[in-house]
Design a protein around this ligand. Structure first.
Ligand code: C5P
Length: 225
């Protein structure tokens, strides 16, 4: 099956002055570890890396081991734009696709396989975990407006998987209507198309700030020893 990896961010929250996916994590780039897990999945047959043209040579160099097994697609100014480019550049035979953020380098290959399997029965699936904290909705002055029932709250992760025809349509509609979202499932929700949740792992964190790098380093060291 086909899998797209958005890797075209700037990493501003990491404050590293470069694409965070190129940062060193236990001797390799963050993106290297993501790809290592992806290629351990039994179901992945095609991988597209969505990156900024100015990062291309450094990215390809950092994932040398896998570079002949991946295709390059130019990214956009937002994650949404990057994924739209990715979906529009999938091979013609792609019917279903998984999107997995390059920044989630602790992904377990088994979770990728589970998403693919669930995608055989469903048109749209996402990996997510139950929310542990009590979540507050606030107004612009940070005064609490409400506390949603935690039993119905899940934190969305990737992989997220979709029918290619529907995902293309959703991104096209988003462009026409100027919808601005942070994951692909949100587009399906806006269109009232059902999306099924698959219980993921709390270790499948998105590397965002320097503390996440330290956590990922510990996890990788443990899994290697
Ligand atoms: O910034 P954040 O970590 O939320 O981004 C999630 C994923 O989307 C990352 O893997 C990042 O590289 C990717 N992204 C992208 N194009 C952008 C912005 C982010 O592919 N313009």
């Amino acid at each position: 099956m086909h899998l797209l990896i958005p890797a075209a961010g700037s990493g501003s929250r990491m404050k590293a002055g470069k694409n965070k996916l190129l940062l060193n994590l236990n001797g390799e780039s963050i993106l290297y570890w993501t790809l290592k897990a992806v290629f351990l999945s039994e179901k992945v047959s095609w991988v597209g890396i969505i990156g900024q043209p100015y990062d291309k040579s450094e990215i390809i160099d950092s994932i040398k081991e896998f570079s002949d097994k991946t295709c390059w697609i130019n990214g956009g100014n937002t994650r949404q734009e990057s994924v739209r480019n990715g979906v529009n550049n999938l091979p013609n035979n792609a019917t279903k696709v998984l999107i997995h953020d390059g920044a989630r380098c602790l992904i377990k290959p088994e979770l990728i396989d589970k998403c693919f399997t669930e995608l055989e029965e469903n048109d749209a699936v996402i990996s997510a975990v139950k929310v542990i904290d009590t979540i507050k909705v606030v107004n612009e002055n940070r005064i609490i407006k409400e506390t949603p029932n935690r039993n119905f709250l899940w934190a969305a992760q990737t992989p997220q998987g979709f029918l290619v025809t529907q995902l293309k349509k959703a991104h096209q509609q988003a462009k026409e209507n100027s919808w601005d979202v942070t994951d692909d499932a949100s587009l399906f929700e806006l269109l009232k198309w059902p999306v099924k949740i698959i219980e993921g792992n709390s270790t499948n964190i998105k590397i965002t700030s320097p503390i996440d790098l330290k956590i990922a380093s510990l996890f990788l060291s443990n899994s290697q020893s």
